[in-house]
Design a protein around this ligand. Structure first.
Ligand code: ATP
Ligand code: ATP
Ligand code: MG
Ligand code: MG
Lengths: 258, 258
């Protein structure tokens, strides 16, 4: 059975893209077939996997607007088992178009319909934009579960309540089966009390839904995108890469894979 | 003459809110009358200035939808000379409503009309959300100029081309008088080559439009929001606070104030 996860948090810069890309890479490295779905107009996940979103002949924009089928737009990457449904800046325009659809259910289910035609993957991992707009609602209604990356900073903590309210709304409407698969703490800096305090707060609120591994702040992870590689391939022995390997293992084990 | 600046960058977590809040505070501290306009549904600027966006009776949402006048919603803060037109989570709903307006000019000019009724300030500083959607377009069409905070990281650098394209679109349509006041480099970590390389790239592309002062990464700045205070008041002698004072001085001097 294909598992579909969306990585969502409206707070900007919390590590959504970095988390999607590194989990996808680790899964592919261990033999799983993974598709990354980039539904962010910034197309950062597309860049992190080595593609140039400005030079693509087609993107998820063409699929969401019905111009093309997903299998015509999906591309392979340099790493076997790791494919991508890329984004492009044109997607920013889709927001206005998608918002034009009067029926809220239809507006929120474009991606869900697209995913029904995609087969042959163990995991579909969706990278969503930093907002609670129509693209994020599409991601939440298409996914089976949400993974929430949270930076260990105060403002990121504040935004969690708003995110949970939105998830509840989607559960009562477009996607009753949606669950929260877990919260991932990112960019943890063990030298600061702020990181420790925020991590404590997150554990207090989310208890067992917090992944055990915490992703540390690691400059190697932020260098990797400029080489078009996931951190776990760019700097495999860095603390950040190792943490993402452990996170992926924790996720796979929780899903019943050994 | 009142100057109206918007702090815009669709890349998330680059320091938009932190920059608005600290410049506003430094200006007020030096006797200027400043209004912060929070048009981000996350309402982080509202939080950073000591208000609780969930307990406000009214917000910018009510002003944009025509329910209330701006002067009924604007509030003072603890610091003389520093007021705020606060945001609230309800603003996320406004995006769908504002997108419903068929005429693109009308859709993008709600905030512009609101600002015509606001008087008595030296500076209006707008904090925009991490997207290029209707709320950011409203900010770009209401402002005289854009200040672009950019984190010294690769993905933030990549997004600048998309941002400049959007600014050009607004200049050719809704706001021909819009200029780019400057690019502010933030979260600079002098220990990493990445920061140095990205800073070099930014200076190469934007030349004299880059503010001279670079804002360093400073944990005091990220602690301040949990106390509801701008960094320059919470930790006045920290490197981050001092850098924001210098940035404010540079901005004021460039605007002709001594
Ligand atoms: N653990 C980490 N250590 C150091 N840097 C990191 C880490 N995780 C992410 N980064 C860097 O921090 C920045 C923000 O991360 P990223 O872009 O993945 O966040 P995001 O939530 O996807 O952002 P957006 O909201 O814009 O989509 C990027 O420059 C990234 O390279
Ligand atoms: N110079 C700095 N040093 C250390 N931390 C910083 C600095 N500037 C901002 N921060 C912290 O980094 C995070 C992102 O900053 P901020 O929220 O201001 O960015 P933003 O661009 O407004 O984000 P969003 O895209 O979500 O609106 C916050 O937790 C903030 O406290
Ligand atoms: Mg991202
Ligand atoms: Mg902000």
């Amino acid at each position: 059975m294909t598992r579909v996860y969306t990585f969502t948090n409206q707070k900007g810069g919390v590590g959504k893209t970095t988390t999607v890309v590194n989990i996808a890479a680790a899964m592919a490295d261990w033999g799983y077939r993974v598709l990354v779905i980039d539904i962010d107009p910034q197309s950062n996940a597309t860049t992190c996997l080595g593609l140039d979103s400005r030079n693509l002949s087609s993107s998820i924009y063409d699929v969401l607007t019905g111009e093309q089928n997903a299998d015509e737009v999906i591309r392979g990457t340099r790493w076997p088992g790791l494919d991508i449904l890329p984004s492009a800046p044109a997607l920013a325009g889709a927001t206005v178009e998608l918002n034009r659809t009067a029926d809220p259910r239809e507006r929120g289910e474009h991606l869900k319909h697209v995913l029904t035609s995609i087969t042959g993957y163990d995991y579909l991992l969706i990278d969503s934009p930093p907002s609670l707009g129509v693209l994020t609602v599409n991601a939440l209604s298409a996914a089976q579960a949400v993974i929430v990356p949270v930076q260990c900073e105060y403002l990121a903590l504040e935004g969690l309540a708003q995110l949970m309210r939105t998830i509840t709304l989607v559960q009562h409407g477009l996607n009753p089966a949606l669950t929260v698969r877990g919260v991932v703490m990112t960019m943890y800096d063990s030298r600061t009390t702020l990181s420790r305090q925020v991590a404590e707060e997150i554990r207090k609120h989310f208890t067992e839904r917090v992944f055990n591994i915490i992703i540390p702040r690691s400059v190697r992870l932020s260098e990797a995108p400029s080489f078009g590689e996931p951190g776990i391939f760019y700097a495999p022995r860095s603390t950040g890469a190792l943490a993402y390997r452990v996170l992926t293992w924790e996720l796979l084990r929780g899903d019943g894979h050994e």
